[in-house]
Write a protein that binds this ligand. Structure first.
Ligand SMILES: [Zn+2]
Length: 298
């Protein structure tokens, strides 16, 4: 599933293709893409719109039109965009095509068909996104303190809390595992138990993992492709994701596999212990009954 680095890579490549161009003809072949609206109606509404900018928020691609409307695209599991100057080759998984006013085509392909296109009227975009996604992790406003404020009331495992798009926008199964390895935090730790030092490491780890993904144009495991048809290369750089049994880059311990919140999860049992040594000591002494603690201090 495309996460922030993949969607950002798509945005970087599709923005110069779309910006300033007018949607001349739009075909939507799959009703699921625009449900509950009628494909023909949405296509007709999109025709004639001129693109002002292509932005990203979390895993959403935002095509902003000069009219003030916006097309919100979510690629979900297997969605991708493909640009062609010279006609499109046949593709059984093509769900929509936009012919631009320079004669080139942007096709939307989606094998699993979970992706969505939502056309929003002026003024609807910000409230819609505000209800769905939290801070942008690469934004200057996102700090370790803000991350702490989002986690401190959560009893869920830290991994589950980070997968919640309202905690932080754009992280999915891959980059959460990678960020937690970088931060040396066990994915099962209760979110509220992450202390200040760990928060700083986690904040740094999240950014480093995402930046590494963007630098390698995302990770292609199955379907993800750039708009020019190329694959990303981040999959060759994973520290833990999908690497069960392989040695940890930091300590050589075999990477372990578990499940957190129903998601397969990879981590290093040595670098990411369930309770760090210093916390383990504090925890066992405070859990002793008062009497035995007194006795042991004599
Ligand atoms: Zn390790």
């Amino acid at each position: 599933m495309p996460e922030l680095p993949e969607v950002e890579t798509v945005r970087t490549q599709i923005a110069p293709v779309l910006e300033g161009r007018r949607f001349e003809r739009v075909e939507i072949h799959d009703p699921r893409l625009v449900r509950p609206h009628e494909p023909a109606e949405v296509a007709a509404e999109l025709e004639g719109e001129r693109v002002e900018a292509v932005e990203r928020r979390g895993k959403y691609l935002i095509v902003r039109f000069e009219s003030g409307r916006a097309l919100l695209i979510h690629l979900r599991m297997t969605g991708s965009l493909r640009h062609s100057d010279s006609g499109l080759v046949d593709d059984p998984h093509r769900r929509a095509v936009v012919r631009l006013d320079n004669g080139s085509d942007v096709a939307y392909r989606d094998v699993r068909r979970f992706g969505t296109w939502l056309l929003l009227e002026p003024g609807e975009l910000e409230p819609y996104l505000a209800a769905k996604v939290g801070d942008e992790p690469l934004d200057a406003l996102f700090t370790a303190a803000r991350l702490g404020a989002r986690l401190e009331s959560r009893r869920a495992p830290v991994k589950a809390a980070l997968l919640d798009q309202r905690t932080l926008a754009g992280l999915g199964n891959i980059y959460v595992d990678e960020a937690l390895w970088r931060a040396r935090i066990n994915p099962l730790r209760p979110a509220a138990s992450i202390d200040r030092n760990e928060l700083r490491r986690l904040h740094r780890g999240i950014r480093a993992a995402l930046e590494a993904g963007i630098a390698r144009q995302g990770s292609t495991l199955r379907d993800y492709r750039l708009p020019n048809g190329e694959a990303g290369s981040m999959q060759a750089e994973f520290k833990v994701y999908g690497r069960g049994g392989e040695p940890c880059d930091r300590c050589g311990t075999p990477i372990a596999r578990t499940r957190v919140g129903g998601r397969t999860t990879w981590f290093c049992p040595h670098c990411q212990p369930e309770w760090p040594a210093e916390r383990q000591a504090a925890r066992s002494s405070s859990s002793l009954p008062a009497r035995s603690r007194r006795r042991s201090s004599v």
